[in-house]
Design a protein around this ligand. Structure first.
Ligand code: MIC
Ligand code: SF4
Length: 752
């Protein structure tokens, strides 16, 4: 379906003139990222912005939110006192559907169980002029790609995989709800001007290798931190040979590298996809300004001159990859899996193969995976593992059903779940997972942090392309390499699977499925009701402003050891139901994080009584006593999702500061927006100085300034002290958020 065509037309009409102005200002050939970032500045650009140094204000074209984050975002938006959103916005119900018995039944259960939340979201959308996509319509990123994304546009979304729309040439960035509120209230949206990593793809994919393998390989090169503060821009003949949905897979998983977003230049594949999905007009308009939607020829000719980092990947020599367990950047080429699994004692029997998610549920993905299954079936092979499929949207589901793709999966016992996130976010009632047995699953999703799929810390989740998931699940063996290995069929014959094949676009078109969309009416919108005694929704109370004291004395709540993603800070799965209730969801604060001092999750010292208790319990005790605390973090603290609950929960429970070795971008901004102090050790070794019963006094707050470190006095229990320095990245405007108690308090104050 085509939305907001007037806005898109206006955008293309003025683009070339804007880009000429930018060229004049920068006075050098431009990367695509520069063109699109400058073209979306809030104010006419008047100075060159220094990458990774200057903050810049932007005017995104649209906002997208999914149900698990939209609740908090809309609760905040309601406090801002506006009648409607300033830019086109959409909300998508995808995260709250539990996968258990199959699509129809699970969807029915979800509408009952989440009734109150869906009602709240739908009535808020109706009132504020927001497009609402009902449960069952599909996963946010797939719906955006099919209906809203347009080459050259800029979008923010309250989900870290928003960059998926880069597959259609859009600058699409994952943010927290408070950032969405900025844009929805018509204010400027701020971002540190990113660095740009150029990736040239040469050659062509063949055989078992797919777009997913490109990003799995890059994850291995750049790691989960390597994209932080960067846009990844893809180009080269290899890039042009990929389908739009293949490009989207690559952009989607750029989130796993911490990248701000990823982008491809407009090409024939994008045009074809736009046309196939009913957006001929956009395809035509974008074609008319094709040069503006691609890097300049000089950049393509000497990329190393214009990008901050340059990588070249030859698709012709690429192998399929399997990444994991527990981290999406642990990349192993399929040919080395036998050795890697043995060396690490990974369980090699694969119990479940899960296909789908926002990353990989395009027609191309599902048709290629189905071709593998069909080939196996025709050769009398039986699947050794269980198969599940989560389609990305109703549109995809309907055409896969129409074209017989799902029947192929059903033949080997595959179960089709609802068009939703499902197992990807722990919304999977997996029988027996509570027993905590060591086991292996393989999926085509993007994240595989501990406990993420089924809540079991001993589930080893590996990430691969849908076709590799299909092959490995058929074999039931993680070390199976379909390129070289054979499988024994029912007749005792050895069978070698044929390489997968599929098509990017269905030969008889997408049809016209647009189920589940609710257009806002605004005028006759009824009041938004939040019940007093609800355990799912709670009206927000503004956070208190800074008290004006120069110093802040904070007890250590937890010193986190190692990886601490937002899944560790604010777990998803069964906790998703409290995403609209700050008090209730705060009961999961940091329950997945490992305490440095005893190597246990959710067991920290309560210095007030010398006993160990859970993190939320101890935080609440401190809060009750009117004492504030600090959390000590390791590297890349807050990696992963955009959920601002990971920042609001500590704020709510009186944690005033997070002092880490380093932060992930979205989380750091979320902390700032909620009025917290997000600080980093100036000397990373100082992390080791903090003991579990310390009190840390931050000083210099009266003179809190951009670029000026804060001083922290560590007072140990034995009376000894040490002084350390803490860096921060607050600019003058962000310091005002801290002072006001949150960025939202500032918006509210200005609306009074
Ligand atoms: C995820 O993939 O982790 C999520 C669930 O989509 C999150 C958003 C959330 O926690 O609601 C994300 O990626 O931002
Ligand atoms: Fe949903 Fe998973 Fe995609 Fe997040 S990564 S939006 S949970 S499908």
């Amino acid at each position: 379906m085509q939305f907001d065509i007037e806005l898109i037309e206006l955008f293309y009409k003025t683009l070339s003139a804007r880009i000429s102005g930018i060229k004049e200002l920068l006075n050098h050939p431009l990367t695509l990222s520069e063109k699109l970032l400058y073209a979306h500045l809030f104010r006419e650009p008047s100075q060159v912005l220094i990458r990774s140094v200057d903050y810049a204000d932007f005017r995104p074209d649209r906002v997208a939110m999914q149900d698990a984050t939209a609740q908090m975002a809309l609760l905040q938006f309601m406090m801002a006192g506006k009648d409607r959103t300033a830019v086109p916005t959409s909300v998508h119900c995808d995260h709250l559907i539990l996968a258990k018995s199959g699509a129809a039944e699970d969807l029915q259960t979800a509408t009952v169980v989440n009734n109150e939340v869906y009602d709240f979201l739908s009535s808020a959308c109706n009132k504020y002029g927001i497009g609402f996509w009902k449960p069952g319509a599909g996963i946010i990123h797939q719906i955006i790609l099919e209906n809203y994304a347009f080459p050259g546009g800029m979008m923010i979304g309250t989900d870290s995989h928003t960059p998926n729309a880069g597959g259609l040439g859009m600058i699409a960035i994952g943010v927290g709800g408070a950032d969405a509120v900025d844009v929805m209230t018509g204010m400027e949206w701020e971002l540190k001007f990113p660095k740009i990593i150029g990736i040239k793809l040469i050659g062509r994919l063949n055989g078992w290798v797919s777009a997913k393998d490109i990003i799995l390989k890059i994850a291995g090169i750049l790691t989960v931190k390597g994209g932080t503060g960067c846009i990844i821009e893809y180009f080269g003949e290899g890039a042009n040979s990929l389908s739009a949905t293949g490009k989207a897979t690559i952009c989607n998983m750029g989130a796993e590298l911490g990248a701000t977003c990823s982008i491809f230049g407009f090409d024939e594949a994008m045009s074809k996809y736009l046309q196939a999905t009913g957006r001929e007009k956009v395809a035509q308009l974008a074609t008319g300004v094709g040069a503006d939607l691609n890097p300049d020829p000089e950049v393509l000719a000497s990329p190393e001159k214009y990008f901050d980092q340059f990588i070249e990947i030859d698709l012709s020599t690429l192998e399929p990859y399997i990444n994991g367990p527990f981290s999406p950047d642990l990349a192993t080429p399929v040919s080395e899996m036998k050795a890697a699994a043995a060396a690490n004692a990974w369980p090699t029997t694969v119990e479940v193969g899960l296909i789908g998610s926002c990353t990989n549920s395009s027609y191309e993905d599902l048709s290629r995976a189905a071709s593998v299954v069909k080939n196996a079936y025709e050769n009398h092979l039986k699947a050794k593992s269980v198969f599940t499929i989560t389609p990305g949207s109703e549109q995809i589901r309907a055409i896969c059903e129409r074209d017989g793709i799902f029947d192929i999966f059903r033949k080997i016992g595959g179960q089709i779940f609802a068009n939703a996130c499902g197992p990807c976010i722990g919304q999977w009632e997996r029988a027996g997972s509570e027993q905590g047995l060591k086991n292996t699953v393989i999926h085509s999703f993007n994240r595989n942090f501990s406990k993420r799929v089924d809540g079991n810390p001993n589930t080893h989740a590996f990430v691969a392309s849908p076709e590799m998931v299909a092959a490995i699940a058929l074999a039931g063996d993680l070390t199976f390499n379909p390129i070289t290995d054979t499988l024994m069929n029912e007749k005792g014959e050895m069978v070698k699977l044929d390489p997968p094949f599929g098509t990017d676009l269905p030969s008889i078109g997408f049809g016209t499925v647009v189920e589940g969309y609710q257009k806002p009416t605004m005028a006759d919108a009824p009041e938004i009701v939040i019940k007093q005694d609800s355990d799912r929704l709670q009206k927000l109370q503004p956070f208190k402003a800074w008290d004006g004291n120069d110093t802040m004395a904070l007890s250590v709540l937890i010193k986190v050891k190692g990886k601490c993603t937002t899944d560790h800070i604010s777990m998803a799965g069964k906790w998703l139901k409290y995403r609209g209730h700050l008090a209730n969801i705060s009961d999961n604060l940091l329950i997945g994080a490992i305490n440095f001092f005893n190597d246990k999750p959710n067991s920290v010292l309560n210095t007030m009584n010398g006993e160990y208790a859970t993190v939320p319990e101890v935080a609440k005790e401190f809060k009750k006593n009117g004492e504030a605390t600090i959390v000590i973090g390791d590297e890349n603290y807050g990696e992963g999702s955009s959920r601002e609950h990971a920042a609001m929960e500590p704020r709510f429970l009186n944690v005033k500061a997070i002092l880490a070795r380093s932060f992930a971008r979205i989380h750091e901004t979320n902390l700032k927006k909620q009025g917290m102090l997000a600080l980093t050790f100036k000397d990373k070794n100082d992390y080791l100085k903090v003991r579990e019963d310390d009190v840390l006094t931050i000083s210099g707050l009266a003179d809190f300034k951009a670029g000026k470190p804060l001083e922290i006095l560590i007072v140990h229990r034995d009376g000894t002290t040490e002084t350390i320095q803490a860096n921060h990245t607050y600019n003058a405007a962000q310091i005002e958020w801290f002072k006001a108690g949150s960025s939202l308090n500032l918006i509210r104050n200005s609306n009074k």
